[in-house]
Design a binder for this molecule. Sequence first.
Ligand code: ADP
Length: 399
Amino acid sequence: MSILVINAGSSSVKFGLFDEETLAPVARGLLDWAGEARRATITLHAGDGEEIRKQLDVPDYRSGVVEALKLLGSLPGAGAGLEIRAVGHRLIHGGEEIRRPVRIDDEMKRKIAKVAHLAPLHIPAGLEAIEAVEAALPGVPQVGLFDTAFFGDIPPCAYLYPVPYRWYEEWGIRRFGFHGTSHAYCTQRAAEMLGRDRNGPRLVICHLGQGGSATAVRGGVAVTNTMGFTPLEGFMMGTRSGTLDPGLLLYVLREHGLSVDQLDHILHHESGLLGLSGVSSDFRQVEAAAAEGHQRSKLALDVYAYRVRAMVGALAVTIGGLDALVFTGGIGENSPWLRSEVCTGLECLGVELDASRNADCHPDQDIATPGSPARVLVIHTREDFMIARETRRLVFGSI
Ligand code: ADP
C-alpha cells in the first residue's frame, strides 16, 4: 500500500511513491518533455532496482501523465507496495482562499482553476495531473498542498505593496510567499531539533536551491516570506534576479527599448548567478569557477551571500530576534562557504557559527558553537515526505 506524490511542472512531472505505513520512499519517477510537445522521456527507479528509461509518444500532457502512472503501477522491484491508496499533489498557488491542504473534488478543481492566472505555467499543469489520476486511478482520493498555504496568516503590513489600494482590491495584487511546503517541514523539524514544541522558536528559514526564499516564523506561524506576488521577489537565484529597484525596470523599458517579453525572459532566465557570473546558474559550478580565480563568479557569490545576509537580518527583526537560523535546499545544505559568509555579520543577532561543524556538516545538524545564543540548523528538506504525510493525514486520519 502506498501514497503517490506528484509534482507537476510546466515541462516535467516528478512522481514519488511512499510506503503508507512507514512513509519510506518506495519508488520515484520523472516524466520530462525537454522541449518536445509530443515526445516525453520517463525515468523510473523502484527500491534498489535499476533505472528504467523509456520514450513515450503522447498527444498531450495529460496522456503523458496517464502513461507514466501505468508504468509506475507495473514497476518490478517494489513488490506489492505499489498499490496506490491516495495521491498528494504539490500545487504552486492557492490564491487568497486556499490556506491549507485540501481534498480534491470538482468544486475544489474549479476553485484552483480560478487562480490559474497567478501561476499560469504551473496551475494548469497541476490540474492536468489531477485529471490524469482520475482517469488512471479512478476512485483514489486526491489531496492538494499549496506552496502559498503556509503563508495564509501573514499580516497585511507584510503582504501589502505600497501601491494604490485598489490594485489589491480589484486586481488581487499582494505578496503571497512560496516554498511553503519546505518552510513548513523545516518549522516542524527545527522545533524537534531544538527540543521545543513547534509553537516556540523564532526562526528564519533560508531555502536556497535553484530558487530561493526565506521565511520568518514565530509561534509555528509564518510572519513573512521573501517571495512576493510572484516567485521573482526576494533572494537572487540561479537565473532569477530577485528583488530590484522597480525604477530600473521602467528605465530599461524606456531607454533601452526592451520589450515586456524580453524583460520577462531576462529577469527569469538570464539573471541571478548566471547573469552576474556569465558562467552558470548552478551554485556549485560558480563556486568552482571562483575557486579557479574567475572574478565575476566571485562577485556573483558575494552578491548572493550579501543579499541572503541582509534579508535574514530584516526578517529576524520582524519576529523580535532569532532562536535559530535554518539552512535548507541544495545550496543551504551543501555549501559551507555560503553558510559561513551569511553568518559573518549576524553575530549581532546572536549567531555564532562553529567553523569545524560547518565544514563537516551532515544534515540534519546544529552547526552553531555550544555557547551561541541562536542555533544554526542545517536541515535536509523533505517536501515529498511532507506531502505524503499530509495526504495520509487528510485521507486516513493517521499522523
Ligand atoms: P531545486 O530548487 O531545483 O530543488 P536544489 O534544492 O537541488 O534545487 O538546489 C540546487 C542548487 O544546489 C544548485 O545551484 C546546486 O549547484 C546547489 N548545490 C548542490 N550541491 C552543492 C554542493 N555540494 N555545493 C554547493 N552547491 C550545491
